[in-house]
Each structure stands twice: as structure tokens, then as C-alpha cells.
Design a protein around this ligand. Structure first.
Ligand code: ARG
Length: 426
């Protein structure tokens, strides 16, 4: 009787595996051309074996015992790691109109986030860093994606951005009767430390702060520094103490220099670089995230979408200088990530910036590295994402042409896998 029971339970287990596929899930990808984003080499006819969402082997032959695997044929495609965008604003109301956001609720913006992350993933972005979201909407979205409830990229999120009273990261409603205050507003070293601690409490992955004015805020000057050195030092020290990296929004030269000296991990925008700040970035190992595509979108579509003249004028001051700074930084060998500011332009167009990075001084391989290995390094996720390698997550995309000779092919990704699951296959 006892033996019978044991046999029965084995039989039941087998039945369960056969019926539900609960056994280890194996996927095999036949890759026509595989791009090694570290060396720039291409390998033909490679077989990528994925077990339970992780790459277990890459070689030129099929594994033995692969009868039960799901085989995906990408033998006429160029296969590379999923792309990564280090500066997005996915949690937004969906309307293109500049003013609509003032009349829609935060809940609506969260729903916008759900729509936007799916578009981003479908465009081949398997990792994003979202820099600035009130109410920890970004934390909720990241958690929903990680729980498999919503399709989207892996997200590193910052929660509310820190900023000075009246600064770029404060609220835009400059009518004091509204008593509006940005959630991340904090002044002085102890207040900023407390604000960092609160963001950490609510489980952000990184800290974002505004070191200078910006293009899209009301009444700020792009070139003007906002926090003091003492405040920036306090933010970075507190964040690093809690194991969080720091992203500093900084357009103007002085703000960039202060932020680098404070020890931030990345400078966002970095529009007005000079030889001193370029040298500083190299000395400190600071990574630059420069959104050199969206100027085109703002200048052609901004007016139609209701962007006020003040902001369009500021864009005109920044766009050209930022591209010159980009060229100089590339030439000097500063480490750069792809950071696009998606949200200013439509989500899903993130890869358009890659062609501009090539136009303004990078090789196609450097542009791809900015969106893979450099971004992985900035997130401290370099052992898990950014490369196709055994032990790394199976975050894999494919395109029709060789991106090393035609970078724009990355704007039309035909296959997207994240964590071993296929989201797109055309
Ligand atoms: N979020 C940035 C700001 O408002 C966007 C800057 C856009 N323009 C640019 N050329 N990068 O300052």
C-alpha cells in the first residue's frame, strides 16, 4: 500500500509536468548573426540556449536532449542584447498636449505608465532607468512588471527628484495661491539627507536631483546652478551610504562641475560642457547621459503640442550646444550612456537617438555599447544585463540588418525577448 502511494505520487507529478509544463523551461534561439557588443565581432550561425529565463550556453551547435525545447528561428536576423535607456519618464499622462497634465489625475498618469512601458519594451528596450516620478508611481510600476502583471522592461526607478524650492524639480505652478510644492523639494544638507532616506524607505533604486535649471520648467535658467556644493555632497553621501547611485540633472557648466565633484554617478543632459568639465568627468569616472535626439522633436512638434514659448526658446539655447558638447565628450573618451528623456518625444522612439549619436561622433559600435554595456555598468547590473553571455538574463532582440553598418535598423526591432519570454516576433 505504501509503495503504491509513492508510485502514485510520482505518476501525479509526471502528469503535472506533462500537462502544465512546470519542468524547466528551455528555449533555443538559432541566431543567423550574433553581435558581440563588447568586441564588436559578429559570429554567424550561433545557438543560444535559454533555461528558465537565463542564457545557459551559446555555441555553434544544437545541444543534446533539446527535443522538448521551444526553438526560435532567427537565422536570417542580426541578434544582440536588449537595449537600455538610462533617462526615461514613462509615468505620464498620455495626451501630447502640454497643458492636459494639469487637468488629469496621478492615477491616470500611472495608467499612462502601463501603456508607455509596453511600447518601450516592444521597441527593443528591455531595461530602462526612470528618473523622476511623484507618488512613487514608478516603484509601483516596476514592482508590477517584476511580478509579471504588466509587460514592460526591467526598471530602475528614482521616485520623486530632489530639488531646491523654485528649482527645475519643484512644481511648475507658479501661482502661490495653489500652494504647490514638488514632492522632492528639500533645502540644506539635513533636509536633503532626510529626503534621500525617505526615497530609500519607499524602495527606489537610485536618487535623482536637479543641480541646475532646465528647459521645461517655468522660470528657471538652464545655465544656472541650483544646489550648493554642500547640498550636493550631502545628497551623494547619503545615497551612496544606502547603496543607491545618483543621477544629477545638470545643463550649465558650473552645476555639472559641482555635481561631478560631489561624486554623482551620472550627469543628465550635460549640455554646456567645457574642457574643464570634460576633464573632471574623466578624472571622476562620471558617466554622461545626453539626450541629443529630443531637441528635434521639441522644435518641430512642441508648438503644436502647446509647449510655451519660454520653453521652446530655452530648447533653442540648449540643443545645438548640447550636440557640440556630445561630440567633444566622445572625442575625449568620456563614458556615455544612451539616455533619451523619452516622454518629451513619444515612447517607443527611444532608438532614434542612436543614429544621432553616430551622426555626432560615435561609431555605431560605441552607440550600441552606450545602450548596453555602459548602461549596465551605470546601473551596477553589469553581471546580468547588457551582453549575450552564459549566466546573463535572456534579454534578446533581433533586427533585419547589421546595426554596425546601419544603426537605424535598431529603430525597427523585429524580435523582443525579456527574461526568456517572447514579446514580439515578426
Ligand atoms: N528634461 C530636460 C529639461 O527640461 C529636457 C531638455 C531637453 N533638451 C535637450 N536639448 N536636451 O531640461
Amino acid at each position: 500500500m505504501h509503495i503504491f502511494k509513492i508510485l502514485l505520487s510520482y505518476a501525479m507529478a509526471l502528469l503535472l509536468i506533462l500537462c502544465t509544463g512546470v519542468e524547466a523551461k528551455q528555449v533555443i534561439i538559432k541566431a543567423g548573426t550574433l553581435l558581440d557588443v563588447v568586441s564588436g565581432q559578429t559570429l554567424t550561425n550561433q545557438v543560444i540556449v535559454v533555461d528558465d529565463g537565463v542564457i545557459s550556453r551559446i555555441s555553434s551547435s544544437m545541444p543534446k536532449n533539446s527535443d522538448n525545447a521551444n526553438v526560435i528561428d532567427l537565422s536570417d536576423k542580426f541578434v544582440l542584447p536588449g537595449l537600455m535607456d538610462m533617462h526615461t519618464h514613462v509615468v505620464r499622462n498620455l495626451s501630447k498636449s502640454f497643458y492636459d497634465r494639469y487637468f488629469q489625475s496621478p492615477h491616470r498618469a500611472t495608467i499612462g505608465g502601463v501603456v508607455n512601458v509596453e511600447k518601450t519594451l516592444m521597441a527593443g528596450f528591455t531595461v530602462i532607468r526612470n528618473v523622476g516620478a511623484a507618488d512613487y508611481k514608478d516603484v509601483a510600476l516596476r514592482n508590477a512588471i517584476n511580478a509579471g502583471e504588466v509587460p514592460g522592461p526591467r526598471m530602475a526607478v528614482s521616485g520623486p527628484s530632489l530639488g531646491i524650492t523654485g528649482g527645475h524639480c519643484d512644481s511648475n505652478a507658479l501661482n502661490h495661491a495653489f500652494k504647490e510644492r514638488g514632492q522632492g523639494v528639500a533645502n540644506g544638507p539635513w533636509q536633503v539627507r532626510e529626503r534621500v532616506r525617505e526615497n530609500v524607505k519607499y524602495q527606489v533604486d537610485l536618487i535623482k536631483f536637479c543641480a541646475t535649471g532646465g528647459v521645461f520648467s517655468k522660470g528657471t535658467k538652464v545655465g544656472q546652478r541650483q544646489y550648493t556644493q554642500e547640498e550636493m555632497n550631502a545628497i551623494v553621501d547619503e545615497a551612496h551610504t544606502h547603496g543607491r547611485t545618483v543621477a544629477a540633472h545638470a545643463h550649465g557648466t558650473e552645476g555639472i562641475a559641482y555635481a561631478i565633484r560631489a561624486g554623482v554617478d551620472s550627469i543628465e543632459h550635460a549640455s554646456f560642457l567645457d574642457q574643464t568639465t570634460i576633464a573632471l568627468a574623466k578624472e571622476y569616472g562620471t558617466i554622461l547621459s545626453m539626450d541629443i535626439y529630443n531637441t528635434e522633436y521639441t522644435l518641430s512638434e512642441g508648438k503644436k503640442n502647446g509647449v510655451p514659448e519660454e520653453n521652446i526658446n530655452k530648447e533653442k539655447q540648449v540643443g545645438k550646444r548640447q550636440r557640440e558638447s556630445f561630440t567633444a565628450a566622445v572625442k575625449a573618451g568620456v563614458k556615455i550612456v544612451l539616455g533619451t528623456d523619452a516622454g518629451i518625444y513619444p515612447h517607443g522612439d527611444n532608438a532614434k537617438q542612436l543614429a544621432r549619436m553616430v551622426q555626432f561622433g560615435m561609431t555605431p559600435l560605441q552607440a550600441i555599447q552606450s545602450a548596453t554595456i555602459n548602461s549596465a555598468e551605470l546601473l551596477r547590473w553589469q553581471d546580468k544585463v547588457g551582453q549575450l553571455k552564459s549566466g546573463f538574463y535572456a534579454d534578446i532582440i533581433a533586427v533585419d540588418q547589421n546595426p554596425l553598418t546601419n544603426i537605424s535598423t535598431l529603430e525597427s526591432v523585429t524580435f523582443v525577448m525579456k527574461n526568456g519570454d517572447v514579446y514580439k516576433h515578426q
